[in-house]
Write a protein that binds this ligand. Structure first.
Ligand code: TAP
Length: 480
């Protein structure tokens, strides 16, 4: 069984603890894919020291040169889309098509950030004083801690590492314990692209040890994190002790509102795609439908018909359209949400059970619930699984009230032909991203983020990322 190592200061290193843990295939938990380091605080400290030491030189490399490294990295991602996608499917479970799509998306985001490395502009201001110029320039933040989740183990790390490098920062990268293999592969591609020693360091291990230590270190200038709101709060608290900057991308409870939809079939297709991609394990997954009473029956019928066509199985099989959940714990969470919903009067229209006939994998049937109470947990809390509750309402005002009645504020969709309703919705909804007449899909150059318990700090994709990865310096210059 292959043993993988951390990558610190340009070398692959065994963890100081000497401990390795198995990485399993969620479609077949008996299959061990490799043994990965369970690192300790010493490894994190070594990685931070390496990143600090490399920082001075890396930030002096001209932006366009840093961009060239990212362009090579983006090309390598494209070239490796098939093998890296296969590894992604094996350790994460999503279907091959989604995995390859994720790698390609990562390449596009890396390429955009390569361009940003040539656009790290500041501004020149008029001065109050004659003969004095005022300039605001942008400098690198320093050492970045990048902590990523398991649901998008390629694009999320790239979304953190690429802007960090473009902006002249160095990185300590801690991947999720469930998906370390893709992290090792990403490091190999970065090395092949010409990464200097110390500029990106990979430390694998548990969140409570490696992630926590990284967040607490005063030598880390910024932590960029994607994952649960609970962990985000812990990181925010730890970073606050040394006034570290944070960028937190957290959970969501994204609604699709359907009210006078221009085309119910199209709306249903968009909703089902956004709800069940990655087995519903996306922070931007649509995880509740709020539909007018007049349209509820027909929309529900089409959604159920589409969901029944989803073919659950091992993501490696060509006919599979939805893979397993990441872990047994996620399976139990999905079950609990559905059980509670049923107990409070909801009806299962399809799914609602484990698919044990598919073997030991963490397979859960895509599920649609009707008659869901707007104040029940399944309607207000993040499920992170293939479960879609449907709620019917009388008016757009009621829909907006229900939409906002959650601690989250990430994304929302509305399907309507009524421009007044669309604009009322866009104005009233407490969310970082609003989609009118399509599902909750983001784009590779467009700012991405949430409000309320869904996020904190600068939006992560697109040019807004620079607000996290750079700091301002003001220069007053008297010209004689
Ligand atoms: P988290 O516990 O938040 O894990 C995300 C990352 O944070 C992982 O790398 C994790 O490491 C690390 N981490 C855990 N505890 C930490 C700590 N104290 N300090 C620093 N880093 C720490 O998420 P999860 O348990 O994998 O998933 C649970 C829930 O999170 C899901 O049900 C879902 O609601 C949400 N989630 C949201 C997203 C997005 S995209 N917003 C993504 C994934 C999960 P380990 O893997 O080693 O624990």
């Amino acid at each position: 069984m292959e043993q993988y190592r951390n990558y610190i200061n340009g070398k692959w290193r065994t963890p100081s603890t000497g401990v390795y843990v198995p990485n399993i295939n969620p479609a077949d938990p008996d299959e061990v894919l490799g043994m990965f380091p369970q690192s300790g605080g010493i490894d994190v400290d070594q990685a931070i020291s390496a990143a600090l030491a490399a920082s001075c030189e890396w930030q002096r490399v001209p932006g366009p040169e840093r961009g060239k490294l990212l362009l090579r990295f983006a090309d390598l991602l494209d070239q490796h889309a098939a093998p890296l996608g296969k590894i992604l499917t094996k350790e994460q479970g999503k279907v091959l098509k989604e995995s390859a799509g994720e790698v390609k998306r990562a390449a596009v985001e890396a390429r955009f950030m390569a361009g940003e490395a040539s656009r790290l502009s500041g501004e020149t201001l008029p001065s109050e004083v004659q003969g004095v110029w005022v300039q605001v320039i942008r400098e690198s933040l320093g050492v970045i801690g990048a902590i990523s989740p398991w649901n998008f183990p390629v694009v999320t790390p790239v979304r953190k590492i690429a802007p960090a490098l473009a902006c002249g920062n160095t990185v300590v990268f801690k991947p999720a314990s469930d998906t370390p293999w893709t992290a090792v592969y990403l490091m190999e591609l970065l090395i092949e692209a010409g990464l200097p020693p110390g500029v990106v360091n990979l430390v694998m291990g548990s969140g409570s040890v490696v992630g926590q230590h990284l967040s607490e270190s005063s030598a880390v200038n910024g932590i960029t994190f994607t994952g649960s709101t609970a962990t985000g709060r812990r990181i925010y608290t730890a970073a606050a002790q040394h006034l570290g900057r944070v960028q937190l991308e957290l959970g969501g409870k994204n609604a699709a509102v359907v009210m006078d939809a221009p085309n119910l079939e199209e709306a249903a297709k968009e909703i089902v795609a956004a709800a069940f991609a990655a087995s519903g394990q996306r922070c931007t997954a649509i995880s509740r439908v709020i539909v007018s009473k007049a349209e509820a029956g027909r929309l529900t019928d089409i959604i159920v018909e589409l969901v029944r066509q989803i073919k659950v199985g091992d993501g490696l099989s060509s006919d599979t359209t939805m893979g397993p959940l990441i872990s047994h714990a996620r399976l139990e969470t999905a079950e609990e949400f559905v059980r509670n919903a049923e107990n409070s009067g909801a009806r299962i229209l399809t799914g609602g059970k484990r698919l044990t006939e598919l073997g030991k994998g963490f397979f859960y049937a895509p599920t649609v619930l009707r008659g869901v109470k707007p104040d029940s947990p399944v309607a207000r809390e993040e499920i992170f699984g293939p479960v879609l509750p449907i709620i019917s309402v009388e008016s757009i005002e009621e829909a907006v009230t229900i939409c906002n009645d959650t601690s989250y504020g990430l994304a929302a969709s509305v399907f309507t032909r009524d421009i007044d309703k669309a604009m009322e919705f866009a104005g009233e909804i407490q969310a970082g991203m609003i989609h009118l007449n399509h599902g909750t899909a983001s784009q590779a150059h467009v700012p991405f983020g949430g409000v309320k318990a869904s996020g904190q700090g600068a939006f992560s994709i697109g040019s807004t990322a620079k607000d996290f990865y750079m700091t301002n310096k003001v220069i007053y210059l008297r010209v004689s």
